[in-house]
Design a protein around this ligand. Structure first.
Ligand code: UDP
Length: 329
């Protein structure tokens, strides 16, 4: 089947295109290439365009006649969303509205949406179930929640069927080393830790070691990007084959690892010493985020295959070592 993948040139989008192709589908990437990379689009055509550009969207939809949409295109920097919320509401919310209207007008009835655990805000319980209240604490999480709410209303009014996938911490890289994480600027823990291991950066700054956790550092649920990618394939297939599904599913490993545990595991995988500086807490970081992914395991028979942090780090390290050596700034 042909699927329109917005943001298909990005980190999770490109891994999902690979997984779609492996299942016999044709991913049509629609990406404005602001953060996406043309080199990451290898399993189907690349059409450059912005989700807010209705004319361009109409043209691409008419050309390829996709049967469903997988929607990744979004800005994803939490800190930037606090500094410049307009950018996030315009791109993530207004852009998604333009995409949904295009789907309605062209009669595309299925969409899988890239949502986030940041829509929960500060968790009241761990692991977090889908029924947990959604009270985001930054405009990024709020923008994703607003799209979830639009999807609910578009389902009721126009019959557009959707699944929102709420990711915890996407990590790792394609095990075959064809694609991997390449954000610019990079803000995520694992690539920064690997930069420090390989000498591209002088050290990793640990954002706070005085949290109320066993070793004082924040705990996160790291989920391999290829496991995430496969979940999108299962979700879109469930929609087009009319399987009974929930409106939203968590995607996590169900296991939490502290920042210090990630650094120790990275030292073991890379066989390098990683210089660490203790810095201030980063505003908006909840101490502990771990997801309960039992619903998607039950409904879509999804299961993470990379259950150990070391396995996730090994794939990230493989990718990292393939990148040309340059000092990060
Ligand atoms: N973190 C850190 N130093 C960094 C980047 C991240 O200590 O340079 C911590 C961050 O405070 C959080 C965890 O690592 O507790 C994961 O952060 P990341 O930005 O990778 O993902 P997030 O949880 O924000 O989605």
């Amino acid at each position: 089947m042909r699927f329109l993948v917005t943001g298909g040139a990005g980190y999770i989008g490109s891994h999902t295109c690979k997984a779609l192709a492996a299942s016999g589908h044709i991913p049509i990437t629609y990406d404005n290439l602001v953060y996406g990379h043309p080199w990451a689009v290898r399993w189907g055509p690349l059409e450059q365009g912005d989700i807010a550009d209705r004319e361009r969207l109409d043209q691409v939809i008419k050309q390829y006649q996709p049967e469903a949409v997988i929607h990744f295109a979004a800005y994803t920097y939490v800190g930037e969303s606090v500094q410049d919320p307009a950018k996030y509401y315009r791109n993530n919310v207004v852009g998604s509205l333009s995409l949904l209207e295009a789907m309605r007008d062209h009669g595309i009835p299925y969409i899988v949406f890239s949502s986030t655990c940041a829509s929960y805000g500060i968790p009241e319980q761990i692991p977090i179930p889908e029924s947990h209240p959604q009270r985001p604490i930054n405009p990024y999480g709020q923008s994703k929640l607003m799209v979830e709410q639009m999807l609910r209303d578009f389902r009721a009014a126009y019959g557009i069927q959707s699944i929102s996938l709420r990711y915890f911490n996407a990590a790792g890289a394609d095990p075959e080393g064809e694609i991997g994480e390449a954000h610019n600027p990079e803000t995520h823990l694992i690539p920064l830790v690997l930069d420090a291991a390989s000498g591209r950066r002088p050290h990793i700054t640990l954002f706070g070691d005085d949290y109320d956790t066993p070793d004082g550092t924040c705990i996160r649920d790291y989920i391999h990007v290829s496991d995430l990618a496969r979940a999108h394939v299962l979700a879109v297939e469930a929609l087009v084959t009319h399987q009974p599904v929930q409106a939203a599913y968590n995607l996590g490993n169900g296991q939490g690892f502290s920042v210090k545990e990630v650094i120790a595991a990275a030292e073991a995988v890379t066989q390098k010493q990683i210089p660490v500086q203790i810095g201030a807490r980063r505003p908006g970081d909840p101490p502990r985020l771990v997801g309960d992914a039992s619903a998607i395991m039950r409904d879509l028979s999804w299961k993470p295959t990379y259950t150990k942090l070391a396995q996730i780090l090994e794939t990230a390290w493989l990718w990292h070592q393939k990148q040309p050596y340059q000092k990060a700034v």
